[in-house]
Design a protein. Structure first.
Length: 493
């Protein structure tokens, strides 16, 4: 294996592994193949990131057709950072998956679960690495279709309804996106993102270009669950199998956010998006509404999966807030929170998956005193909850620090106040869980509970260690996120 082919292998390996899993029809064997494929992904992604940091962007032409005529995979600091995130989450999730999937999914469907998981991973990595607008749409559909299947595999019959709701919303989003791409192609004659960025200023910004920007923005916003286009997300997270929830919450919306950042900053450019159009004002209002509205709804949820789903909507609000500030600190805050929130939410949903594994329920009313019999699991939940709040010493504080700095650079002190105030709402719903699991007497089911198997416990604790370590040493997260922000703000070079 030569490093020259690593961009292609980043997508090909999970795709081939998915096909193998589909033919195996055996859950244990499919898990073994998935484990090998998933563990190879961070190695490739980290190698690509190292090469990009030392030697600049990597261009990989598919099929011998040179860009902009053929499909190009292009790796720079921004998408290498996201590749590392997605592939690392996939690798950490796989050991956790074995016991959880064996309990929650029927034996004859387990191989299909791993097939869909790998296809989803393929699609997400493909979205990030490709430099072709239509190829982005293809990978978007690969990840979306496999996601619908993953959600539908949940045992609760409401999983089918959740998958159907997501299918409808996802199809609308994909349609908007491909219409926007088609309009760009009609006025520029190219689908290569770098070539698009070069040609758009030359032809000047006409109505079709503005319309394309609007269609692409709405389409991607549906995928990333931007308030108020988030209605599909709570049910999808609540009724999907626990492993699917962990993976999707940590990666799917983050990849969609990256895609929006790429189109806004690298393709269309800061001048047209933020200086000419009222994008800043629109995203600012929607982001603040998400930060407050979704957090308030989370307070009243008894189902902790739904509570964390609404928390995700609020956290996405922080990411898009940094995006609309459109300065170095703001985009850095978006990129680092994209990474940090993935770690936090994966750990939280892993803890809930462990609770479901032992209790068969994710309802807070069923968890009285659970901290006494599952102290490691609930301790991990509390630490991840502190990170969601933004407690100093955790990754959540780092993200919100950059957003606060970006707001002050704009002279928007009132926005800094809103960031702090919305974070305090998180104290309420996290505190509600802490009170129930640590300060109440255990009910009969909780008194008999015990910690999950080590295969589930170790990945969860690994993410908790990441949360604390990267909250103190920010060189590998905020440092690279800052370089990624420079790459996005500078456009394609």
């Amino acid at each position: 294996m030569t490093t020259a082919n690593l961009p292609a292998l980043q997508v090909v390996i999970p795709l081939v592994a998915a096909i193998i899993c589909a033919f195996l029809r055996n859950g244990t064997l499919a898990w073994g193949v998935s484990l090998i494929a998933a563990w190879s992904m961070p190695v490739i992604a980290l190698t690509l990131l190292t090469e990009v940091l030392s030697g600049g962007p990597i261009s990989y032409a598919m099929g011998g057709w040179q860009p902009p005529f053929g499909i190009e995979y292009r790796v720079d600091t921004a998408n290498a950072f996201v590749l590392v995130l997605v592939s690392t989450i996939g690798a950490v999730v796989m050991p956790y998956a074995r016991a959880s999937v064996a309990q929650e999914i029927d034996a004859d469907q387990q191989a299909w679960f791993y097939t869909m998981f790998l296809l989803c991973l393929t699609g997400l990595l493909g979205i990030v690495i490709t430099n072709d607008a239509f190829n982005t749409f293809v990978f978007l559909e690969v990840s979306s279709l496999s996601t619908y299947a993953l959600i539908a595999l949940g045992k609760d019959r409401r999983a089918l309804l959740a998958a159907y709701q997501y299918l409808i919303m996802g199809t609308i989003g994909a349609t908007f996106f491909v219409i926007g791409v088609g309009m760009l192609y009609s006025v520029t004659g190219t689908l290569n993102l770098t070539d698009l960025a070069t040609r758009l200023p030359v032809i000047e910004y006409t109505r079709p270009v503005y319309a394309a920007l609007a269609f692409i923005t709405v389409g991607i916003s549906l995928k990333l669950a931007l308030f108020p286009l988030h209605v599909w997300l709570p049910n999808a997270y609540a009724y999907a199998p626990s492993v699917a929830t962990v993976f999707l919450a940590a990666t799917a919306t983050k990849v969609a956010v990256y895609l929006l950042l790429r189109f806004f900053f690298s393709v269309f450019g800061v001048q047209i998006v933020f200086d000419t159009l009222p994008v800043t004002q629109i995203f600012l209002v929607l982001s603040v509404c998400a930060m407050f509205g979704a957090s308030i709804v989370a307070i009243f949820e008894d189902d902790l999966k739904r509570m964390l789903a609404y928390s995700s909507v609020a956290q996405i609000g922080y990411i898009t807030l940094g995006l609309c500030l459109a300065n170095q600190a703001g985009v850095t805050g978006s990129m680092v929170h994209l990474f940090n929130h993935a770690i936090m939410k994966a750990a939280l949903f892993m803890a809930l998956g462990a609770v479901v594994f032992r209790l068969g329920s994710a309802r807070l009313s069923d968890m009285s005193g659970l901290g006494r019999t599952m102290p490691i699991t609930m301790g991990a939940f509390v630490i991840a909850g502190l990170a969601i709040i933004g407690t100093p010493g955790t990754v959540g504080f780092v993200s919100k620090w950059y957003l606060g700095v970006a707001a002050m650079e704009k002279g928007w002190w009132w926005l800094l106040f809103l960031i702090v105030a919305s974070s305090l709402i998180s104290v309420v719903y996290v505190g509600k869980v802490v009170e129930a699991v640590w300060f109440r007497e255990p009910n009969e089911a909780c008194a008999k509970a015990s910690e999950p198997p080590m295969s589930m416990l170790v990945p969860m604790l690994l993410l908790v260690i990441f949360m604390v370590y990267f909250g103190i040493d920010t060189r590998m997260t905020a440092g690279i996120a800052s370089q990624a922000a420079e790459t996005l703000l500078a456009g394609f070079k």
